[in-house]
Design a binder for this molecule. Structure first.
Ligand code: NAD
Length: 289
């Protein structure tokens, strides 16, 4: 039987509506509009599309949005000074630096991300928020894995006691996804480029998350019948051809539920960013009371 297709759009609409409601209730309670600042360095076309999309979504949901476009030649010190100013700006509750940074700044990426006030760190990349997630404490969680876990919950897919396997151990997707699943009592395995007998491990998964960045890497023989398969991968094969990390056509014949690419979890990331801005605003406003 063909799998249930988990369409990102349906979930994203719900998550955005929640963010809109949250922003309205903050305005009502505190007389403050939650605000997001995105600093973009250089003119990478893909990054510009992502940033425009964030800005547009903020406007739709009643969130103040500021895009700070900085020259590719900016020095690390000048970029940090910009972050300091945004950390101090009362209109801004969420702050992120769009990645990837231009080549000459990549060596400073950790330092730059650590400069962001953890209370405003709506990407959830600051070590304080990484630590809070590891400890199971409330904090700001990276948007893509947060979207995946909320989608699983909303779809009614059982996590407690299930075997979850994640392919990919990045700080942005794989590791936080593992922590979120663990916090919901899944038995979690993280696989990566050095993992041996990968297919034998993935075949044990009730929930399989692919975050590899390799087109159609997960084939039908790697999937347990009736498993839930979450495809985080975005691979551009041609200007208008995007595929995920999962061989969708073949795997949907085996899986119980599956996310498509495009149209799957990719749509959830911005929705979760909006929720993080609202959550960050709430935390900051509660602290000042
Ligand atoms: P990454 O390159 O940082 O990490 C890839 C991971 O895959 C690594 O941990 C590596 O060990 C693992 N890997 C590579 N080859 C492997 C192999 N042969 N076997 C097992 N593991 C292997 O990538 P990332 O930032 O985690 O992103 C992963 C994918 O998700 C990319 O396609 C990216 O574009 C996509 N992505 C999508 C969103 C979104 O939907 N909004 C957000 C972030 C990333």
């Amino acid at each position: 039987m063909a799998a249930r297709i988990l369409m990102g759009k349906e979930f994203a609409q719900k998550f955005k509506a929640e963010a809109q409601k949250g922003a309205a209730s903050i305005r009502e309670k505190y007389g403050v509009t939650p605000g997001l600042a995105v600093a973009i360095v250089g003119d990478d076309p893909a990054s510009q599309v992502y940033v425009r999309n964030k800005h547009k979504t903020c406007e739709e949901l009643g969130i103040f949005s500021q895009v700070i476009s900085l020259p590719a030649t900016i020095t690390p010190d000048d970029l940090m000074a910009q972050i300091d100013a945004l950390n101090a700006d009362k209109r801004i509750h969420g702050l992120l630096v769009q990645l990837p940074l231009p080549q000459h700044l990549r060596a400073y990426e950790g330092k730059i991300l650590e400069r962001i006030d953890p209370l405003k760190d709506v990407d959830g990349f600051h070590p304080v928020n990484v630590g809070r997630l590891s400890l199971g404490k409330p904090g700001l969680v990276p948007c893509t894995p947060l979207g995946c876990i909320k989608m699983l919950e909303l779809a009614g897919i059982e996590i407690d006691g299930k075997r979850a396997v994640i392919i990919g151990r990045s700080n942005i997707v794989g590791k936080p996804m593992a922590k979120l699943l663990l916090a919901r009592n899944a038995t979690v395995t993280i696989c990566h480029s050095h993992t041996q007998n990968l297919a034998a491990i993935t075949r044990e998964a009730d929930i399989l998350v692919a975050a590899v960045g390799r087109p159609e890497f997960v084939t039908a023989d790697m999937v347990k019948p009736n498993a839930t398969v979450i495809d985080v991968g975005i691979n551009r094969l041609a200007p208008k051809k995007l595929v995920g990390d999962v061989d969708f056509a073949a795997v949907q014949e085996v899986a119980g539920a599956i996310t498509p690419v495009p149209g799957g979890v990719g749509l959830l990331t911005v929705a979760m960013l909006m929720q993080n801005v609202v959550a960050a605003a709430k935390m900051q406003l509660q602290q000042t009371q």
